[in-house]
Design a protein around this ligand. Structure first.
Ligand code: SF4
Length: 462
């Protein structure tokens, strides 16, 4: 009665939250399994960013509820953003749920499961659904544990929760609450522990990660709290690479831009969410920057790090987006030449201010705009990748590739996936790789071994 399966929907924050819950459950004597069918308890860690994501989780829950009818001991729970967003209204639709756990209560899951099982063992009355959706001061510090099962060459570290911005299309401020920051000492101790277990790269996570510490930690000689944290992480011995996601363009002030030139572990890769290239649409989205400012940030980053890789998020077909607005986005998108982008067709998200606006861009127009940007992205990604052919790149090898015998997967400093034949001993090392081929998304190459002919390097490495 103690095998738990956790299914995670959505972003890296959710993955990180699920990992922490899994470790807390193991510490409490539960077995976390990879196979849903063998589980006695299934927990869905949900996403609320789009309506579609919620419908998917609701469908899955309905399907799992059938198992409860055959086996009343089976336990079914929903955690995370959808639980927070929809609250107890979910119980009208899914009365078989045993647990409903909000985004500030992940750490309570083991105790809540204990409670359900105790009642079951005592053959006492089955408790009604256990619900905890309250805010909890200090809950940001509870996403700390990492799975110790296997070495995590690259690990996510949650540094804050919540968001104080109010972009009109976004549900996050409702599901994750106001910004709450972890203590710098605690973050650094977590990373030091990861490094002692073999981690070489960390990605600092937050809904608006470069707001870290705002109005709580003082600036020091013009250096923001987030850059102070980067400096401390950069000094951790044994760590080789630092990344972070997802930042807001507003936080790319001089100190953060300059950090790319002076912090050697900060990788030359930035995810810089644009959303729209039209000032009029940006205003309607309540994004506090202009296209001019966005281009200025890109130019400043490239001046400090000419090789920097850039990715972005774009929404096409936001309410009121005209042809002219879209052309402004298209032109800016082309001008920047992104390495990667997530392009979304706007869909109404109930509970957001944008849902009050008329969703007036027809579906076929959204499709066409999406297609235009995807074509530009395909061209620019391939062009940027092709420029790397023949160069030697430092690749942090993360583990075996999903496909291809003897092939290993790693990433270059710019966060591109690279496939390379290698020896398993090299996993966790930064190795020099000569890039020989590319697709739009993935580079391939051979190890460059000092004093060894490159063509035979791949064979030797095996
Ligand atoms: S900054 Fe990001 S998380 Fe915050 S409201 Fe805007 S889109 Fe949502």
């Amino acid at each position: 009665m103690n095998r738990v399966y956790i299914k995670t929907y959505g972003c890296q924050m959710n993955e990180r939250d699920s990992e922490a819950v899994a470790v807390q459950l193991r510490d409490r004597g539960y077995t976390v399994v990879d196979d849903e069918k063998s589980a006695d308890i299934v927990l869905l860690n949900t996403c609320a960013v789009r309506d579609q994501a919620e419908q998917k989780a609701i469908g899955k829950t309905g399907h799992l509820a059938k198992r409860k009818r055959d086996n009343p001991d089976f336990i079914l729970g929903i955690m995370g953003c959808m639980a927070q967003n929809r609250g107890t209204e979910l119980l009208d639709r899914l009365p078989d749920l045993d647990l409903l756990v909000g985004t500030q209560k992940f750490h309570r899951v083991p105790e809540m499961l204990d409670q359900l099982i105790r009642r079951e063992n005592a053959l006492g009355p089955r408790p009604n659904t256990l619900v905890d959706l309250e805010e909890e001061a200090g809950s940001e510090e509870t996403i700390r544990e990492h799975s110790g099962d296997q070495r995590q060459v690259s690990a996510y570290v949650s540094i804050m929760q919540g968001c104080n911005m109010h972009c009109t299309f976004c549900i996050v401020p409702k599901t994750r609450g106001a910004e709450r920051y972890r203590e710098m000492d605690s973050i650094c101790a977590e990373i030091e522990e990861l490094v002692s277990r073999g981690t070489r790269e960390v990605t600092l996570l937050g809904q608006i990660v470069n707001s870290y510490g705002m109005r709580r930690i003082a600036y020091r000689n013009g250096i923001s709290p987030f850059v102070q944290l980067l400096e401390r992480v950069n000094a951790i011995e044994g760590l080789e690479r630092i990344r972070f996601t997802s930042p807001h363009p507003r936080g790319f002030q001089k100190d953060l831009v300059e950090a790319y030139g002076r912090l050697e572990k900060l990788m030359p890769y930035v995810h810089l969410p644009l959303q729209s290239g039209s000032d009029r649409v940006l205003k309607r989205m309540r994004r506090p920057y202009t296209r001019r400012r966005f281009l200025e940030i890109v130019a400043q980053l490239r001046a400090v790090q000419p090789e920097i890789s850039l990715s972005t998020d774009i929404i096409v077909g936001f309410p009121g987006e005209t042809e002219e607005d879209f052309h402004a986005t298209r032109d800016l998108f082309e001008e920047v030449g992104f390495d990667m982008a997530f392009i979304f067709k706007y869909s109404e998200r109930s509970g957001t201010p944008a849902a009050e606006m008329e969703d007036d861009v027809p579906a076929e127009v959204k499709d066409a705009r999406n297609k235009v940007l995807l074509e530009i992205l395909g061209r620019s990604s391939l062009e940027r990748n092709t420029a790397l052919i023949g160069t030697e790149q430092s690749i942090l090898l993360e583990g075996p590739a999903r496909k291809g015998e003897g092939l290993f997967m790693g990433r270059n400093p710019g966060n591109r996936k690279v496939l390379v034949p290698a020896n398993p001993r090299l996993v966790g090392e930064c190795v020099p790789v000569r890039i020989t081929e590319t697709t739009v998304t993935t580079l391939s190459g051979h190890l460059c071994l000092a004093g060894v002919d490159e063509s035979s390097a791949g064979m030797l490495a095996r």
